[in-house]
Design a protein around this ligand. Sequence first.
Ligand code: ARG
Ligand code: ZN
Length: 849
Amino acid sequence: MRDTTPQPIHLADYQPPPFLVDDVALTFRLAPTATRVIAKVRFRPNPDASPGHDLRLDGEGLKLISAHLNGAEITAQPDESGLTIPAQDLPEGALDWQAEVEIAPDGNTALEGLYMSRGMYCTQCEAEGFRKITFYPDRPDVMAPFRVRIESDLPVLLSNGNPASSGQGWAEWHDPHPKPAYLFALVAGDLVAASDRFTTMEGRDVALNIWVRKGDEDKTAYAMDALKRSMVWDEQVYGRAYDLDVFNIVAVDDFNMGAMENKGLNIFNSRYVLASPQTATDSDYASIERIIAHEYFHNWTGNRITCRDWFQLSLKEGLTVYRDQQFMGDMRSHSVKRIEDVLTLRARQFREDDGPLAHPVRPESYVEINNFYTATVYEKGAELIRMLQLLVGQDRYKAALDLYFARHDGQACTIEDWIAVFEEAAGRDLSQFKRWYGQAGTPRVDVSEDWQDGSYTLTLRQHTPDTPGQPLKEPLVIPVAMGLLGADGAEMVPTTVLELDSPEQSFTFPDLPARPVASLLRGFSAPVVLNHSLSSEDRALMLAHDTDPFNRFEAGRALARDILHAMVLEGATPGPDYLNALRTMVSDEALDPAFRALALHIPGQDDLASSLYAAGHVPDPDAIQAARTTALRLIAEALRPQLQDVANAMQTPGPYSPDARDAGRRALKVQAVSLLARADEGAKAAELFARADNMTEQLGAWGALLAIGKGQEEGAQFYRQWAQDRLVVDKWFSAQVMYAAPKAAAGLVQQLTQHPDFEWKNPNRFRSVIGALGANPAGFHATDGAGYKLVADWLIRLDGVNPQSAARLSTLFETWRRYDASRQALIRAELQRIRSQDNLIPISIDQNS
Ligand code: ARG
Ligand code: ZN
């Protein structure tokens, strides 16, 4: 409960910092309930700011022991958000600030600032956690070199930069690269390292360490391998080398998000570091690879070049996501990676854009910056960079990036700086493109076609729906990559990029021998909803023949979606066209198994709710769930021999390897076995579970059984086998919730919260039990409202303890608008109950939405 309503901060109000920092020296005397932090900070007036400002330092929850300015004791007392030394009390010129504060990391359940995780100290400072450590101008455009001294009896004491010196009970670190406070980090604990070395292209010998708890050393090999590959890749593709003598990674069990790119000391949620074939699935391995790369790439895109203010967050996050996507494509398969990325974008970002939390990639105002680490800022931000690359071409993209690094190294930058390097490198005006950063909402592109006298005309119309607070939308520059196929599937017109920059535009292709089938938005060339009605024959043709793998996948998906819509709305059954196309595809050995596995997935419940709503219907979660169950059974029955063949054929001889080839084969095998379970009562899945020697197959097989209402015994066995492994126990919880029958889901969650292993203050565990309801839409939306009530109860309970995790959970409600009046009323009542206790939960359904 908060008594003051925080005021929004506006991009338009940005002012440069009145004081810059030349040097920071911190001393930590660590103790769980009374850590002392002594800070010495050298300030100097900013020549680019107007004179005469107070010295304002941010600070929250700090017990001030003493403070001095240029040697004189300060009498000013802190308020709830910081400390002000009035301008008239400030000496001329440079200022030497010294302050000692006391903090209690042990009671810090918000996991922001300095906190403890099972006996180890660690920090999380992005976005505004440093102000919970000491008084400081906690804003990214104040950059300084840091020296840190840690005093503690714990054996391993780490901070940013290079080790300077150490002795019994203390260690000193020096980070020569000026950095904002959000990149500060400290770790102290009884840890062990897996170590390696890397020589950069500049000849620097770098010590690499991955620090984990004793007993976890044997689960670090893949993260280390991914780190070294990331370092090589950034040198080869972006020309960027590492710039310190050590690179430390620490795995922490209690962590609010995935990981954090602190300079020279990346801190990770342990689930994105630790892996063994027996305990991690192939998709866990892929996440580890991606996140290790992501945080490493931040060293240049985020740390060397940072953000001027938090409105510019996508400057580092969108770009770094784009870089990790490119890396993953290079390491694995570009087409499979693109399909996966688009599925995520639609599931998370399109959903966000269609709800009350819609906001632009660069927001204009915020109340709580932690609520802007969103799919829009990250994933849509990455799509904008992908579009820029497509519009200017690869060579100019490279030139723009080289210019960006050369011009802005060491600076705190804006989206304007970013656009400017592209305008210069490409010699093109990008002012219209820039609207993508300021305009929220997913554009719709409607297609109409005309065929006359051998000439094909394509007409594209764009419009972006209203979003909260932003009713007026302007036309965007939308790159539409497209090609034309003949009736035999041969390519008549190879891929070209059309630029749609007006509300409506036509493009004519003359002199064609026959009516073409247009393959539009190849590679998903822009983050839009494309409304292109095609016959199922045309879609089947594209599924069989399109030269663009993404659109091949998309054609199959559209077929499945249309059938599922008809099943939900009219009780139809899948026709032979779709089943035949699927049958051909599954057995096509020319196709990558990973692609076939993806293409065998029919659209999920939330995806169907969204597409039904977009088509003007009120989605019924129970009907959707029932239609999917029927469709999966009919597919399994119709494709039974092919699925059996594929399941048997997808062997992965030799020792387990998480690489793309073997992972793709396992994905296809598990997907085939999961479908077969719908036709063989789980016989093959039970068999796979019994002989699985890796987590991908063990969990996949158990999930297949749960999905058909079986797997009780296997679940008990799974728990007995893995009770000691926290990350696997998370999987044990979430699988049960995900696959629970809709009416039983909330009750099951309730029951699991009574389990001795349910530690609700651990974000991973909380998410694996309560958050997992989000993966069971029919369960969450059960008509009695039990799912809503349960989530609201936990939200209220968690908000006082860990507001960031609570805010994340609240997004389960963001699709409220799609549903029927009775569900809406139930949701509204819960949201009002939440709001009467707390006004920081970001969802509001009353105004503007
Ligand atoms: N910068 C981190 C990353 O790489 C995430 C930090 C998230 N911070 C937050 N307050 N949610 O993506
Ligand atoms: Zn990031």
